[in-house]
Design a protein around this ligand. Structure first.
Ligand SMILES: *Cc1c(COP(=O)(O)O)cnc(C)c1O
Length: 379
């Protein structure tokens, strides 16, 4: 099956017992065990739930693997993937301009449990090699990165990790497996905030972990059950419903993002456009070799902080909000939102200055999105 067909027909497409085209929501917390001598398939809602299980099969099929796990948020998924691999005394090498919540998790949370980290600029794989220590157990990638859309050569980092027997994980939230199948590129664990493009409608908080490795899958399953940050049956149904339209949404949103980026580079109030679909973007060739699209997130450096603030105050169509990946366009301010957890000096050193806004491009007519930004920028 081709990718678009597979999303709709390989998992969670029909309810086996009735043929219903929508998977039922099973709210039950517990199950009658008719035969106490045999191991029950369904026992307790945290350990496994039929609706969640269908969502998990769908997540696995998206990344082209056997094992998928649905969590109550993207952060719960990241935490589960990290703690499935690491123990006290271990070290992580992570992308430097990682999602702000992952930054907080590594620097303020897991560090208290004796796990150390080094952030590196992964646009150059040599930096990963240099950062590896005796106790490095995990390389955590995020590409394209947030909010500057820096691109990591996934195959090159995987090759380095394999030589050193290190597990690789990749936060694939921005691309989704529809555009970037990271397990096919050799990554061990794919992580998603399903709150974003997978859910797709700004009405769900969810996370996902996928892996083809049975041993890692067992560890993730253990953490999911032991820590309990599972996706609820209702939200599992919402996630399945959202994923059904993933390909159509991504196709239109990526096309809109490209048109918007091409328009933005011609504006005199824009000093830089970060979009890997532009041939001038330093990661353009890399992303073309490892993904089938460029995503729907465009970041823009304006000619002043004042311009950024003015745009946020004047836009009417764009929502000024945290998050991305919904059907409606969202403009975010990394400084106050996704990257507020990073101290200002560090944030600026990463290139995330106060004149940068991030655009998650939705399904609207791109002409309207352009008109709205154009009006807002004329202050
Ligand atoms: C939003 C986001 C997360 C966190 O996901 P939540 O669902 O908000 O917990 C992690 N990584 C990336 C890249 C994100 O955009």
């Amino acid at each position: 099956m081709k990718r678009k067909t597979e999303i709709l027909h390989s998992a969670a497409s029909r309810d086996k017992s009735t043929g219903a085209l929508s998977i039922p929501i099973y709210p039950a917390s517990t199950y009658h065990q008719a035969d106490i001598d045999t191991e029950p398939q369904w026992e307790y809602g945290r350990s496994a739930n039929p609706t969640r299980s269908e969502a998990e099969k769908l997540l696995a099929s998206l990344e082209g693997c056997k094992h998928g796990f649905a969590f109550s948020s993207g952060m719960a998924a990241i935490a589960a993937a990290i703690t499935a691999v690491l123990k006290a005394g271990d070290h992580i090498v992570a992308t430097q301009d990682i999602y702000g919540g992952s930054y907080r998790y590594l620097t303020k949370y897991i560090s208290a449990f004796g796990v150390t980290h080094t952030f590196v600029d992964m646009t150059n794989p040599d930096n990963v090699l240099k950062a590896i220590q005796k106790n490095t157990r995990l390389i955590l990638m995020e590409t394209p990165s947030n909010p500057l859309l820096r691109v990591t050569d996934i195959r090159a980092v995987v090759a380095i990790a394999k030589q050193h027997g290190i597990v690789t994980a990749l936060d694939n939230t921005f691309m989704t497996p529809y555009l970037q199948r990271v397990l096919d590129l050799g990554v061990d664990i794919s992580i998603h905030s399903a709150t974003k493009f997978l859910g797709g409608h700004s009405d769900l908080i969810a996370g996902a972990v996928m892996t083809a490795d049975k041993r890692l899958a067992n560890e993730v399953k253990f953490v999911q059950n032991a820590c309990g940050s599972v996706l609820s049956p209702n939200d599992s149904w919402m996630l399945i419903r959202g994923i059904k339209t993933l390909s159509a949404r991504m196709d239109v949103q990526c096309a809109n993002a490209m048109k918007l980026a091409q328009w933005l580079i011609t504006r005199d109030w824009v000093s830089e456009v970060y979009y890997p679909g532009l041939p001038t973007h330093p990661g353009h060739d890399n992303i073309k070799s490892q993904a089938s699209g460029f995503g729907a997130v465009v970041s823009v450096k304006l000619d002043s902080v004042g311009r950024a603030i003015a745009i946020m105050k004047k836009v009417r169509l764009w929502s000024v909000a945290v998050s991305l990946g919904g059907v409606e366009s969202i403009l975010s301010y990394p400084r106050k939102m996704s990257h507020a957890a990073i101290p200002p000096e560090e944030r600026h050193a990463l290139g995330i200055t106060d004149d940068i806004v991030r655009l998650s491009v939705g399904l609207e007519d791109v002409e309207d999105l352009i008109d709205d930004l154009s009006n807002a920028a004329a202050y």
